[in-house]
Design a protein around this ligand. Structure first.
Ligand SMILES: [Zn+2]
Length: 477
């Protein structure tokens, strides 16, 4: 505890002689672990952990959406103090990692299998990611009867490895060259033990399906499938978990529902990263002579991801749309929240840079998903109903169809847009040509459907979408 004014009138948490964990009264939902390093040696001479007050709001939402079905203490909001204490401890441990010089590690979550994440003994010893410096959060994969603790994490194998590499003192008087050799020996372990890999914001991170935030497990499809089963349980309990207050109405239910939907959308986003995926191997000591840094992600895994996104994101399971919830929070809310899911289930796998990656891998002779067939699979799933007599006009179907047309129009506009940054380069001419082809085909289908359904709301809607595509294909000057 900090000294009182009587004990030490000069004490100040900003004083570089004191390393402190501080609670900062602020609405910011975050935490930080800054440090001061000696510029001559890099040695960290002072470090702090700053916990902004509203980090607890963030933690409560995550935990409820991830462990609300499996931790009996997390079935009712607000979460009790003992849960909140566990969560704060988890964040402080991560920030202490920064204080000791550790970077984030967003490949740690890829180290463990789904079976391991459901094994109580394994999770107790190794946590849900090989690094506490991951953004891995809590065990949303485990099922209620697994007997696993959703939060019980200490620093993982990667953290211990990185600290050893960074801090180990070697006996005797070693030259820098001798020391580098000994350090490389430690780093060599990365080649055979995948728990010791590191990656966060590298050259390859945008396309590497293993480098994820807020994810756990080496198989995002299975992780998301199990995660969704837990979310179904959480949603079934959502009205009892939250309360009604006359002045606020069902605000608590509204925000809990939004948090659960956002968590699911995030998990679909993990699955989406398989499309056009290229793994990036940055192991320090891998031999130059047979170095293969960029490795295309297996085609079967990409196919499986696309099928999963269509089965669960385009054909949204009915339990997500619960009349009992909407009659309390308002029917218009689904438009906002449902779009979180649509963006990750359709927008993310078909993002320009992912399809461009498929185009380039295919041109280089790799056996990958065919970009046109992949896009058409989504088109068929989204607009499959429009030819039939019984066109579907439920709200989610309308949102899907609107979203995809808007996406095509935006992608067409990329042809003339300035690239935003080197991380999102301008799409290739082939991508633009493919998008024009998709838009032209879809426009014809929509025009035919609008004729077929002439004089009905569905017919007008198809005509409106076709007109939007026409404008996207030939913009007025
Ligand atoms: Zn951090």
């Amino acid at each position: 505890m900090a000294p009182t004014v009587e004990e030490n009138p000069d004490w100040d948490p900003e004083d570089a002689r004191f390393s402190v964990v501080r609670w900062i009264p602020s609405g910011i939902p975050n935490a930080q672990g800054p440090h001061v390093a000696d510029p001559r040696s890099g040695e960290i001479i002072e470090a702090d952990v700053r916990m902004y007050h509203n980090v607890i709001k963030l933690l409560e939402g995550w935990y409820f959406a991830q462990a609300g079905a499996t931790d009996p203490r997390a079935k009712k909001l607000p979460l009790p103090n003992d849960v909140m204490s566990d969560l704060v401890r988890f964040v402080v441990a991560h920030e202490v990692g920064h204080s000791t010089g550790l970077h984030h590690n967003f490949i740690g979550n890829n180290s463990y299998s789904i079976e391991q994440l459901r094994d109580p003994k394994f999770v107790k010893e190794f946590g849900v990611s090989s690094s506490i410096m991951d953004y891995a959060r809590f065990n949303y994969v485990m099922q209620p009867d697994d007997g696993v603790s959703p939060i019980d994490y200490d620093p993982g194998p990667y953290d211990k490895f990185a600290i050893e590499w960074g801090y180990k003192e070697f006996a005797g008087d070693k030259s820098p060259k001798e020391e580098a050799e000994l350090l490389n020996k430690i780093a060599d372990r990365q080649l055979t033990d995948k728990r010791l890999r590191w990656d966060a914001y590298s050259k390859g991170s945008a396309l590497d399906p293993r480098i994820l935030t807020e994810a756990i497990g080496e198989d995002p499809v299975e992780a998301t499938r199990l995660g969704q089963k837990n979310k179904q349980r959480i949603l079934a309990n959502l009205i009892d978990a939250t309360s009604f207050e006359p002045s606020k109405g069902y605000d608590e239910l509204d925000s809990a529902y939004r948090t659960v939907v956002q968590q699911h959308a995030r998990e679909l986003g993990h699955v989406a990263k398989a499309v056009g995926g290229v793994m990036y191997r940055n192991e320090l000591t891998q031999a130059h002579k047979d170095k293969q840094v960029f490795v295309p992600y297996a085609k079967e895994k990409q196919e499986r991801a696309v099928d999963f996104l269509i089965e669960n994101g385009v054909n949204l399971p009915a339990f997500w749309i619960d009349e009992k919830i909407f009659k309390r929070i308002g029917y218009n809310k689904f438009e906002q929240y449902g779009n979180y899911i649509i963006r990750q289930a359709i927008g993310a796998p078909l993002a320009a840079h992912r399809l461009d990656s498929l185009i380039k891998l295919q041109a280089a002779g790799h056996d990958v998903l065919d970009p046109v067939k992949t896009v058409n699979k989504f088109v068929d799933a989204i607009y499959g109903d429009i030819k039939s007599r019984g066109a579907q006009s439920d709200q989610y179907r309308i949102m899907l169809q609107d979203y995809f047309v808007n996406k095509l129009v935006k992608d067409l506009a990329l042809a003339n847009a300035k690239p935003k940054s080197s991380r999102s380069p301008k799409p290739s001419a082939t991508f633009i040509a493919m998008t024009r082809g998709t838009a032209t085909d879809l426009k014809m289908k929509l025009e035919a459907a609008s004729n077929k359904h002439y004089g009905t709301l569905a017919g007008y809607r198809y005509a409106g979408l076709a007109a939007k595509l026409a404008e996207g294909l030939e913009p007025r000057k």
